[in-house]
Design a protein around this ligand. Sequence first.
Ligand code: XIL
Length: 327
Amino acid sequence: PTAKAADARRSIPYGSAVRTDLLVTEFDYRAAIVDYCQLVVGEGGLKWFDLRPSQDQFVFDQPDRLIAFADQNGMKMRGHTLAWYGAMPEWTQTIGSAAAAERELVHHITTVVGRYQGRIPSWDVVNEAIADHPESGATIRGSIWQERLGKRYIELALRTAAEVDPSAQLVINDYNIENPTQQCSDRRQALLDLLRDLKDRDVPLHAVGIQGHLPGDMDIDRDGLSKFVETVKEMQLDVLVTELDVIDNKLPAFEYDRDQLVAARAREFLEAIFDAAQPSAILTWGITDRYTWVPMWFKRDDGKPNRPLPLDAGCRPKALMKVIEEF
Ligand code: XIL
């Protein structure tokens, strides 16, 4: 489909994480993004590691280029991410006190959100705040922010972002909540508790991002996920799918079968969400199997390339793209 055809058909915007450097070097990659996407999000670029090589520096080249590309092509850009335990530059280890942490976090968010004020309509303000194993006691994941400020850093980040850009959709984004395991159910509960607490205290927050890095070999907990989305909606919060892909390292080798299973898993996931409510956006974490983070963590034993994304390595649509186009 052309971009315009895709625009006209879709009621819910679709988008992808983008590797900004490739937009100028790989024409078919750029064309795929333009043809299919109404939304883009930098796969990197706005992470601390990329933006903040040193304490007194902000390097905005990548996000500046991505937002210009989005503007040129009639797309919107999402911002990812302001407070995360990952992709932190070394120097942040020297942030020694609560006062210093508060100063740094506020300075960062004020500068970054301020630069794009009114131009980035949706921000993953806090990414992956829930602990991997909340049942073991600590429900908030460790990070420099959590260690220095406690869970108060979440509220601080949201309030700061809201002050700088009152028009932006502020999102708490997390993963590993969709499978029928005790861990997922504990993580859903911990996330709901956090949201409830923030809402009760009128902290500005508008939506929950469900990343959706789906293990291909595990069922979706349809009821658990639907119930989760319902509860989120009852709190007057939206949901969006922010990083969908299907981790296919344990799926059969034969590509045709694998692509069908990948697509079916994503359909199961999207159906469970849509059973409860329409998400305000669906984004995949990359668009072509040529560029995916999946092999960094989930390489296949047989050495065959992973196929987690809607287009194959040659940017041809696979079954997963058809599923996304159904929603
Ligand atoms: C990943 C990127 O895809 C990689 O290129 C990078 O090296 C590490 O981060 N959840 C997230 C994303 O919220 O930011 C991660 O992105 C993938 C998992």
